[in-house]
Ligand binder design. Structure first.
Ligand code: FMN
Length: 475
């Protein structure tokens, strides 16, 4: 990875902390696309179920664990206006999944759905419906979402500060989980002659600092018992939340040293809550470009990268950090020598902020640009390149094997570089190379997402949520 130069091969190393680790691949789509429509001939393709099916059936042929969709409740904005190079719509993932479930058999269906603006009873019901219709392949990526701006859509702008957003999320997730627990697998008799037709549907009552409810679950469990919990959020609160509850975590930390440090931090936090620590799958987002020769892979990557990284987008990338119009700045010159217009990223919405103040990011970017003598264009390309695993199938397979065996991560949420055929080369070229190295399965382990991710049949950990603990302690 990084600068598209071949990375050092460490395949011969024998002292890995996790020699038996394997790679999980998911296909990640923001649904709809962010800048990807420039890579597909027609933006309407994103609304054709058949096109999605093509992508997902390729991924299923390649034994991918899941298709993983992001969520956005507003169209992106840039400097106070609708971001017109990012607009194709942001529909609802669960509706698409209901359709995909009917045409696939193994691949998992993971939807990003926020806790801040959803109701736990309604959300539990909708996710459980996809879970039962897909025979146990649903997952929920829990986010608390970009708050004030999203909240305006719901007449609740700036609803909760970060700390309370996570306390709220904790109660929300626990309520959803209790509702899923409340419908026993054998609650509904299959035989009409049985003495009791329905027994074992429990009313759920919860009284928390934020969420109080009394409800009965409405959907029976699927063969995997409960949908799989993922979490995405990078702050201290977000990491702790994941460490207490999540079965998987979606992150940006993919560069080797950063990834090792992030994963160690998550496992340490999980152990402090009494969990084994290695029971959380850490899945960063990245791209993979493979071709029979390295030169072809570089050429292919440049082609797709430069389709979306046009001059307008490169300028946006720096404007998102400086938070001001930089239309006068030469992209083939150095970074602007002025401070950012505001100290928070407040005029760009819909991208994931990682909590860094603009000054911090600018300092990091200047250091990289100074070290390599980069212009703006070269820097932005470098930032994109550093999230790409690129090379021949053998090179990329060695690199991924090295990462999982070193406990840098457990797999990747792969953003395809084209739609709908963006994972075909990965399936045809990379998957066999991974299989040869013993880091990828030869067949799906089962028919549920839980089975295919190697997770226990039931959610083993039940860490009590902090907000309820503190509420009951003060009662
Ligand atoms: C890798 C990653 C992916 C995310 N994807 C989404 C998403 O699709 N939709 C969303 O509303 N928020 C998403 N988030 C944002 C989080 O919900 C959260 O709002 C943001 O990271 C700020 O929370 P934090 O302070 O815990 O990082 C994502 C965060 C990360 C780190």
């Amino acid at each position: 990875m990084n600068d598209l130069a071949p990375s050092p091969r460490e395949a011969a190393r024998t002292d890995y902390p996790r020699p038996g680790a394997r790679v999980h691949l998911n296909v990640f789509q923001p649904f709809g696309p962010i800048y990807e429509w420039s890579k597909t001939p027609r933006s309407r393709d994103y609304y054709e179920p058949a096109k999605y099916l093509e992508l997902v059936q390729d991924a299923e042929r390649g034994l991918f664990s899941a298709i993983f969709l992001g969520e956005s409740l507003r169209l992106r904005e840039h400097l106070g206006r609708l971001n017109d190079i990012a607009v194709t719509g942001r529909p609802d993932a669960l509706a698409l999944f209901a359709n995909l479930a009917a045409h696939t058999r193994h691949i998992g269906l993971v939807a990003t759905l926020n806790t801040t603006y959803t109701d736990p009873v309604d959300l539990a019901r909708r996710i459980a419906t996809v879970d039962v219709l897909s025979g146990g392949r649903a997952g929920w990526n829990v986010v608390t979402t970009d708050n004030g701006w999203t909240g305006e859509n719901f007449r609740r702008g700036g609803f909760l500060d970060r700390e309370n957003r996570y306390r709220y999320a904790e109660e929300h997730v626990a309520a959803v989980q209790a509702l899923w627990d409340g419908f026993a697998a054998d609650a509904v008799a299959h035989d009409r002659g049985a003495a009791h037709w329905a027994e074992g549907v429990a009313e759920v009552e919860r009284r928390g600092a934020h969420i109080s409810l009394r409800a009965t679950p409405t959907v029976p469990p699927s063969p995997q018992g409960q949908p799989v919990y993922f979490q995405a959020g990078d702050s201290d609160e977000g990491r702790d939340f994941a460490a207490r509850r999540a079965e998987g975590i979606f992150t940006h930390h993919v560069e080797f040293d950063e990834a090792v440090a992030f994963t160690a931090d998550i496992r340490r936090r999980a152990r402090s809550y009494g969990r084994p620590g290695d029971d959380i799958l850490v899945i960063p987002g990245a791209s993979i470009v493979v071709a029979p020769t390295r030169a072809e892979a570089v050429e292919k990557h440049h082609y797709y990268r430069d389709l979306f990284l046009n001059d307008r987008r490169i300028r946006q990338v720096i404007e998102e950090v400086w938070q001001t119009d930089l239309s006068h700045v030469d992209l083939d010159g150095p970074l602007p020598d002025v401070p950012p217009a505001v100290d928070r990223q407040s005029r760009t919405h819909g991208i994931v902020h990682t909590g860094h103040e603009p000054e911090v990011k600018i300092r990091q970017w200047r250091a990289i640009a100074d070290e390599h003598g980069f212009t703006i264009r070269q820097l932005v390309r470098h930032l994109v390149d550093s999230r790409v695993f690129l090379g021949t199938p053998d090179e990329v397979a060695d690199e991924l094997a090295h990462h999982v065996r070193s406990d840098a991560f457990d797999g990747l949420n792969v953003s395809p570089n084209a739609f709908p055929d963006g994972v075909r080369d990965i399936v045809d070229l990379l998957v066999p190379a991974l299989q040869e190295r013993g880091v990828y399965p030869d067949a799906y382990a089962g028919t549920t997402l839980r089975a295919n991710l190697g997770l226990p049949e039931t959610v083993a950990h039940r860490v009590p949520e902090l907000a309820l603990l503190s509420a009951s302690a003060s009662a």
